[in-house]
Design a protein around this ligand. Structure first.
Ligand code: PMP
Length: 359
């Protein structure tokens, strides 16, 4: 009889051993400002109403018509143009993975600016696509136009990802360069607007200019990170093909009902986003006044900041009970931390701890 070790080495894919798991930092007991979550919950009266709605959901049935209702509600919410379709995923993470699955042909590659959202690389590698990260400009973290165009010409990528705004740098890339990249791309281009609720711009009004562009969004940053609903919008004929690789029941009935409820109360979420945008500006102002501290411009609910000593500030924040994301191991982000914008009280704690850490 073969041992489990022998079975694993004979039958699991050989590159699995060397892969690193996606690690979520333990956060119990901390003020959690590490993952761009919306810090607000629903007002109590709405929580109760939601509880009743969820209590009435038939858990014995597979997801069905309500998922179609959610698709329609999101299409209305986004203002989906004529001739376009919307596809739902279990978070945009699942959609990123399904796109890689769709483009998985021998020699296929994925191009994305770097540093960028880590799942573009992870999903490409998991599906056997070649991932090509193209460094952003070192000063402003903008797209490096010649480098992007060269990578597109060399690799002829199946997919180009552009996060608009970008994570972890939080900025919007230059629109003229995006346009040239979109025009040069031989395959599909995904504009990932995960942070759209906090952004001063959207690609939506330009979507119909290019039929090979897919616009991806998520309800996570809107305020439903725990609910796991991502969506993408593209030409109906394209989405129809990608739909074929979607697991049939990928949206849970509970997630679906919670998302529909949230959309019925979208003004509450819009109010929360407005508070967070104002708090972001206050946070940036406070950071600017600290000696040796450089916050970068943000159109998201996070701020990338260069500290005199990121290790020291990160440790001090933790000691004060505030958890942020240390991104300083990424070469382009030496001494940088990525701060999620929280409530006014949470931001006060974070600002005080950061100030102490550079005193
Ligand atoms: N795109 C970007 C740019 C992100 O930063 C994130 C999450 N941090 C996602 C997509 C994934 O979001 P979701 O929660 O919908 O999987």
């Amino acid at each position: 009889m073969a041992s489990l070790e022998q079975r694993m080495s004979a039958f699991l894919r050989p590159d699995l051993q060397a892969m690193l798991p996606y690690v979520v930092q333990p956060s119990a007991g901390y003020v959690k400002l590490d993952a761009m979550e919306n810090p607000y919950t629903l007002p109590l009266a709405l929580q109760r109403e939601l509880g009743e709605r969820l209590g009435a959901v038939a858990l014995n049935r597979y997801p069905g018509d309500r998922v179609e209702d959610l698709r329609r509600a999101l299409a209305r919410h986004a203002g989906l143009p004529e001739g376009y379709a919307l596809m739902l995923g279990n978070g945009s993470d699942e959609l990123i993975s399904l796109l890689a699955l769709c483009c998985n042909r021998p020699g296929a590659s994925v191009v994305a600016p770097s540093p960028g959202f880590v799942m573009y690389a992870v999903s490409a590698e998991l599906h056997g696509l070649n991932y090509v990260g193209v460094p952003l400009t070192p000063d402003r973290f903008d797209l490096d136009e010649p480098a992007m165009l060269a990578a597109i010409e060399t690799h002829r990528p199946a997919l180009v990802y552009i996060a608009y705004p970008n994570n972890p740098t939080a900025n919007l890339f230059d629109d003229t360069i995006i346009e040239r990249v979109v025009q040069a791309a031989p395959g599909l281009v995904v504009i990932d607007e995960a942070y759209q609720p906090f952004s001063s711009k959207t690609y939506l009004d330009r979507l119909t200019r290019h039929e090979h562009v897919i616009l991806m969004r998520t309800m996570s940053k809107f305020g439903l990170a725990g609910v796991r609903i991502g969506y993408m919008m593209g030409r109906s004929s394209l989405i129809e093909q990608i739909e074929k690789v979607r697991p049939p029941y990928n949206i849970s009935v509970l997630n679906c009902e919670a998302a529909l409820f949230a959309l019925e109360h979208e003004t509450e979420f819009a109010r929360q986003a407005a508070l967070l945008r104002a708090e972001r500006e206050r946070l940036i102002e406070a950071l600017r006044e600290m000696p040796g501290v450089l916050p970068f411009p943000s159109d998201a609910n996070m701020v990338l900041v260069r500290m005199p000593d990121a290790e020291r500030s990160f440790a001090h924040l933790k000691q004060r009970g505030v958890l942020v994301k240390k991104v300083s191991s990424i070469p382009a982000l030496a001494n940088c931390l990525r701060l999620t914008v929280g409530t006014a009280e949470e931001n006060d704690l974070m600002i005080a701890a950061l100030r102490e850490s550079v005193a």
